[in-house]
Design a protein around this ligand. Structure first.
Ligand SMILES: *Cc1c(COP(=O)(O)O)cnc(C)c1O
Length: 366
């Protein structure tokens, strides 16, 4: 068992191109083997205190960044339970944005969907029209739809949301943040969440979010915001560099290592590297005459969904690629057979992507 793990971490970094979880650098994995510390001791507060400003720079915010020992779904639910009053409009363009809608309904909110075809994004005009004369108090949206590769124009959608009055925008940027540009404060994003296992290139198990003060004000009068994702508790604790419950200590070590690494690379360079990987992927699709699901104006920098050419399926392509030592994903949900997805996010490089595309070219030309 141990040998298998050791052998695995020895292989060349840059073969695991799933759009989540993404490949984790050996240094990050190693950081998690450090001994436990108590969570009400000075060392923990120092660790949390060192991580916090780095997270704020990644989120481009002055607000504290909450750290949750949960997967991202927890903070999707938390955003709704703290921030929504009653009437929710969910912008749906794929599986994860549909999940946001389902979470709203499962928590007792009165939620409608504004659908566009999978692969597309939502225009500000569309949202303005849907909000006009209606009583929605909350809009949910996915920044980077991991099921399709579509990127939504968050800055414009936030503007239109606020023009409609006392409406808040809850943004899922799970496969966006740290790979796609997200300017939380500058764009007036009321709430944005992400997970550790996508563009952050950490192991799964942590989620991060920023809630602006208008969301906290709503939380104060919410009777049913629960305990585990109570933002008032997150807020009170993060001010003291603490967490409401036992933190995932090992994952915080990983986060410490990775946020340091992201600062070293520089956020702008990291975003540019993601754009370069995406553009290389799109150019490769053109070279091979392959169709990309998302139209050019809605393409995101972290994941590309490619329609399968005649005679192959998503699972067949993924299996053939795996035989050559690389991993990509099939299409998601209803797109499983007709497409495959390349997760060009996290700590991958254009060079390793090039190696993957060579294998894919070979597989598709067989
Ligand atoms: C992966 C993903 C989620 C779900 O995250 P979990 O960590 O599995 O809870 C939600 N939204 C998007 C856009 C995702 O890519």
């Amino acid at each position: 068992m141990l040998t298998t793990v050791q052998e695995k971490t020895k292989t060349t970094f840059g073969t695991f191109f799933l759009p989540g979880p993404t490949e984790v650098r050996p240094e990050v994995l190693a950081a998690m083997t450090k001994p436990m510390i108590g969570h009400r001791v000075a060392e923990m507060e120092e660790l949390m205190g060192a991580i916090q400003p780095r997270l704020q720079r990644i989120f481009r915010t002055k607000r504290p960044v909450y750290i949750s020992a949960s997967s991202a779904t927890g903070l999707m639910e938390g955003g709704l339970r703290n921030g929504a009053r009653q009437r929710v409009l969910s912008l749906v363009n794929g599986a994860f944005s549909d999940r946001f809608l389902q979470i709203a309904r499962a928590n007792g909110f009165d939620a409608d969907a504004l659908h566009v075809p999978w692969g597309h994004g939502h225009t500000p005009e569309m949202l303005a029209e849907a909000l006009h004369g209606r009583d929605y108090d909350t809009v949910t949206v996915v920044h980077s739809e991991t099921s399709t590769g579509a990127l939504n124009p968050i800055r414009e959608l936030a503007q239109v949301t606020h023009e409609a009055g006392d409406v808040v925008l809850l943004v899922d940027s799970v496969s966006g943040l740290s790979g796609a540009d997200m300017r939380t404060d500058e764009w007036n994003v009321d709430y944005v969440l992400t997970g550790s296992q996508k563009a952050f290139a950490l192991p799964p198990g942590l989620a991060f979010a920023v809630a602006q003060t208008n969301v906290l004000e709503r939380a104060q009068v919410q009777k049913n915001r629960g305990i585990y994702f109570d933002f008032l508790e997150f807020e009170r604790n993060i001010q003291k560099n603490q967490t409401p419950n036992t933190p995932a200590v090992s994952l915080l070590y990983a986060l410490d290592e990775q946020t340091r690494y992201i600062e070293e690379e520089g956020l702008e360079n990291r975003l540019a590297r993601h754009r370069a990987m995406a553009e290389r992927t799109w150019a490769w699709c053109d070279e091979l005459g392959l169709e990309i699901l998302a139209p050019p104006q809605f393409r995101g920098p972290t994941v590309t969904t490619v329609r399968c050419p005649e005679g192959v399926t998503g699972p067949k392509v993924a299996a053939a690629v795996k035989q050559q030592g690389f991993q990509i994903a099939t299409g998601y949900g209803k797109l499983k057979d007709e497409s495959f997805r390349i997760g060009h996010m996290g700590d991958h490089t254009v060079d390793r992507l090039e190696a993957l595309l060579e294998v894919l070219t070979d597989v598709l030309r067989r």
